[in-house]
Design a protein around this ligand. Structure first.
Ligand SMILES: Nc1ncnc2c1ncn2[C@@H]1O[C@H](COP(=O)(O)OP(=O)(O)OP(=O)(O)O)[C@@H](O)[C@H]1O
Length: 238
């Protein structure tokens, strides 16, 4: 329980196969990087995991719940940070999260406590009263990650969450999310095309042209040079 299983998932956009029998599983508390160049199928997989659409074939099990058979229970167990920000810039940080809490049936003191705990976890508690539009890009992303934790999911999905951020903001976010996995037992699936966001002990799944090319410990797949290995495997400049 608490992990993620993707079993022989196939998806096509018209005649184009975006995913071909993709299988991997992530254990509870594991940080798994899903690495692939543009067009590898990462966003398609995220769309399937969040049930924006359903796969042609194969199955997905989220924290023990089959997504096709029991979608409500499965979706309740995931938190999602999409590639495109979805923040109301005119509201305070706290208010943005409280609205999200309300969508999950949380209100009053309980919602306040959950919201402040989630912000605290991302080092954002002291920003709760600021207007979201006044935050820099890195803090907005941290706020979105905190929001994805308010309903206490078992699994956190992040689709290229550091796109457009500077080096320091990226490093802070990579660090925060690793700690959520290591310290809170959160299962993390982190889609990226940036090799430097991945640490040797991380779980790594390399996706290319809709297929899994490698699956294992990042340090073992990449050796001393994950970038070189990634380029050799995919032909893509990371
Ligand atoms: N809505 C769609 N309609 C048609 N084709 C699509 C759609 N979404 C993705 N594709 C195609 O599916 C393949 C996989 O794309 P996908 O966006 O999942 O890859 P990705 O790894 O997320 O890439 P990126 O980093 O550019 O987002 C690509 O060939 C893409 O053109």
């Amino acid at each position: 329980m608490g992990g993620l299983n993707v079993e022989a998932v196939t998806h096509a956009w018209g005649a184009r196969r975006a995913l071909e029998e993709v299988s991997f599983s992530v254990a509870r508390g594991q940080f798994c990087a899903l690495l692939g160049p543009n067009g590898a199928g990462k966003s398609t997989l995220f769309g399937l995991l969040t049930r924006l659409f359903t796969p042609l074939a194969g199955g997905i099990v989220i924290a023990g719940h089959d997504l096709a058979r029991n979608p409500q229970a499965a979706l309740q167990r995931i938190g999602v940070v999409f590639q495109q920000p979805t923040i109301d810039l005119g509201l305070t940080v706290r208010r943005n999260l409280l609205y999200f809490a309300a969508l999950h049936g949380l209100s009053g003191r309980r919602a306040e406590i959950r919201v402040m705990a989630a912000l605290d976890r991302l080092g954002m508690a002291e920003r709760a009263g600021e207007r979201a539009g006044a935050l820099n890009g890195g803090h907005r992303r941290r706020m979105e990650i905190a929001r994805a934790l308010v309903h206490r999911p078992a699994i956190l999905l992040l689709d290229e969450p550091t796109v457009g951020l500077d080096g320091a903001a990226r490093a802070a976010i990579v660090d925060h999310v690793h700690r959520l996995a290591a310290e809170d037992g959160l299962t993390v699936l982190w889609a990226t095309h940036l090799v430097d966001e991945i640490r040797p002990p991380d779980r790594l799944v390399i996706l290319h042209c809709g297929r899994v090319l490698a699956d294992g410990k990042a340090g073992e797949i990449g050796g001393a040079d994950l970038t070189g290995r990634f380029i050799a495997m995919t032909g893509a400049a990371p």
